[in-house]
Write a protein of this length. Structure first.
Length: 356
């Protein structure tokens, strides 16, 4: 599917403007049309970033950009109930940013009265829907939801192997149970260990988007991410190129930028002070060399020579990995004490000589 963007008029380019107001304008007006589900996703995410990091948006600008959004939300919720979580997220965050003429609580109440959360098959989506109700004081039956989420999150073995879907679900469990860091929650120890394992996979892969989410989730659990992870996210964020869009925005790296900026903000940085040019913009993140596939292939080839002891395997792997891959693995090993128990699972010693 193609998407036509209006390029900025270079003859009348506006002076760069500071985020966050510029970000509100960019995602509302310059990337996708409001009838596109990608518009819903991107605007829900950018508004959540701004609210969660305590950003202020000039009231007149917020009204100019999103008055029509506020006016149409009830109608769109009625006609497109399958997107209710996007609509409720946008409504609550616009209201939190100070947009007047919007009753987000009434929209949440309508969604609950219509039974929309009952249509969810996923516990993770039920947790997000429950969060919207909790924010306005609406009690909802737990029905074991929190226990099921924490049981999934506490199985650290799941996250010691590459599984992006599971890793992203893990971070969102931390997001929803803590309301994006607004309050602590109990029984986070198992979740924290799983996040450390998932973070080591993300570091080995050099996946900045996932690593940024994991750093955030750790903070929301009351833990501090390894310093090298924070530094890696901040370094990649500084190298994201933001410039005039010259094609469809669908395939750019806006989400990587968004999560890295959010994570860097939570770590005490001020990435949202950056000046951004006017008009339609695209995001291009740096491309990093992954060590994950190389490490996995080397371990598989070793077969019976695999050991769960990293100090033993470091010597055996040194001549099998390229210098860049070995540097990444060494930095992972030095980043956190969790690496040894992680590696004991990652090495899959109990799978030596296994044949299907």
């Amino acid at each position: 599917m193609s998407n036509i963007l209006t390029l900025p008029d270079m003859r009348r380019r506006r002076a760069p403007a500071a985020a966050p107001g510029r970000l509100v304008e960019l995602f509302a007006l310059h990337r996708h049309g409001p009838g596109d589900v990608r518009w819903l996703k991107e605007n829900a995410e950018i508004l959540r970033l701004l609210v969660a990091t305590g950003q202020a948006v000039e009231p007149e600008a917020l009204h100019r950009i999103h008055a029509a959004t506020a006016r149409d939300l009830a109608t769109r919720l009625t006609f497109f109930p399958q997107y209710y979580r996007f609509f409720l997220s946008i409504a609550q965050d616009l209201q939190a940013l100070g947009l007047t003429g919007l009753d987000a609580g009434a929209l949440v109440a309508r969604a609950y009265a219509d039974g929309l959360p009952e249509a969810e098959m996923s516990d993770l989506q039920r947790a997000e829907a429950r969060l919207f109700g909790q924010r306005i004081g609406m009690a909802s039956g737990d029905d074991g939801l929190t226990d099921r989420l924490l049981r999934f999150a506490g199985r650290s073995a799941t996250f010691a192997l590459p599984n992006k879907k599971a890793a992203y679900e893990l971070t969102h469990i931390a997001f929803y149970l803590s309301d994006y860091g607004r309050h602590a929650f109990e029984n986070a120890a198992g979740l924290t260990e799983s996040l450390e394992y998932a973070g080591l996979i993300a570091w080995l892969e050099q996946n900045t988007d996932l690593l940024a989410e994991i750093c955030l989730a750790l903070r929301f659990c009351g833990a501090t991410p390894p310093a090298v992870w924070d530094q890696g996210v901040a370094a990649d964020l500084a190298q994201v190129h933001i410039g005039p869009a010259d094609g469809a925005a669908a395939g750019d790296d806006y989400h990587c930028w968004l999560m890295a900026a959010w994570s860097a903000s939570a770590a005490g940085g001020r990435p949202l002070d950056r000046l951004l040019p006017g008009g339609a913009l695209a995001f291009a993140a740096p491309r990093r060399t992954s060590a994950l596939h190389e490490l996995s292939a080397a371990l598989m080839d070793l077969d019976a020579a695999r050991s769960a002891d990293w100090s033993v395997m470091r010597r055996r792997l040194a001549g099998r990995l390229s210098a860049p891959a070995l540097d990444i693995v060494d930095s992972a090993a030095a980043s956190t004490p969790a690496f040894q128990p992680f590696f004991a699972r990652f090495a899959r010693v109990d799978r030596k000589g296994f044949a299907a």
